[in-house]
Design a protein around this ligand. Structure first.
Ligand SMILES: [Zn+2]
Ligand SMILES: [Zn+2]
Ligand SMILES: [Zn+2]
Length: 254
């Protein structure tokens, strides 16, 4: 199984428009962050987690030209707004892309992307062709891959993270209930959001994410969904053993 971390930035990306801070002006490529997303290849299956605002650039930079299914974490703009560009893949490969998420996520997406899902509005080739699968279940198959949804709190809503084999991807979490924590035991790699140093009402900050990693004890934890508070080199050095900041383009073999 191969994983490429396609984006590690919080909702506005890094650099932030108009900002002259140390991170936003840094020459280190690890301080340039697209919005969060990940690509997973296992066997013949190609999965994507979220279609970020930067989806098109992420596909081009990583030479990814095909996707079989998309697992959506939630409906916030930074995680879904690249969806329209799925049509480049559906057209080229003449296929449907199945999308998965919890009911609330897909209900919101039906409103946001009405032109994709409203049959009366669809004009041939002008929209991505997508399947539509509500997954409020314990386990499901997406493009032949076994996927376990993990429900986490994101402020006052509940959203999904996903576990595939020994890999799990959790973004935008602010709390994880005991019952869901159990689904995250015995991991080789955990991708987990860690927004910034100061606390935040709807996302874990760095210290909270370190605590979660220490409880779950995956072999390796990578932090994502980072703001410009996080200067890669400076913050990465302060993290405990086994925990690192993720960066755009990070490749993992599992
Ligand atoms: Zn987000
Ligand atoms: Zn900045
Ligand atoms: Zn969010």
């Amino acid at each position: 199984m191969k994983v490429i971390i396609l984006g590690t930035g919080t909702s506005q990306g890094v650099p932030v428009i108009g900002c002259n801070c140390e991170t936003c002006t840094s020459a280190n490529p690890k301080d340039k962050r697209f919005r969060t997303s990940a690509y997973i290849e296992t066997g013949d299956s190609k999965l994507l987690i979220d279609t970020s605002v930067d989806f098109r650039q992420q596909m081009l930079q990583n030479n990814i030209s095909d996707i079989d299914a998309v697992l959506y974490t939630h409906h916030h703009v930074d995680h879904i707004f690249g969806m329209d560009d799925l049509r480049q893949i559906t057209q080229r490969h003449k296929k449907k892309i199945q999308i998965y998420g919890k009911k609330e996520t897909l209900d919101e997406m039906r409103i946001t992307f009405r032109y994709v899902f409203d049959k009366q509005l669809i004009r041939h080739n002008s929209v991505p062709i997508v399947g539509f699968n509500d997954r409020s279940v314990r386990k499901f198959k997406a493009a032949d891959v076994d996927v376990i949804p993990v429900e986490v709190h994101h402020g006052n809503i509940k959203i999904y993270g996903y576990r595939i084999n020994d890999f799990a991807y959790i973004t935008d979490a602010s709390a994880i209930d005991e019952k869901e924590m159990k689904k995250l035991k015995g991991l080789k790699v955990l991708i987990l959001n860690a927004l910034r140093i100061r606390p935040h009402p709807t996302h874990f900050n760095l210290q909270q994410s370190v605590e979660i990693a220490k409880i779950l004890k995956p072999e390796k934890t990578y932090f994502t969904h980072l703001t410009h508070d996080i200067l890669h080199k400076k913050i990465n050095e302060t993290l405990p053993k086994g925990i690192e900041l993720a960066y755009d383009g990070l490749e993992l073999d599992l």
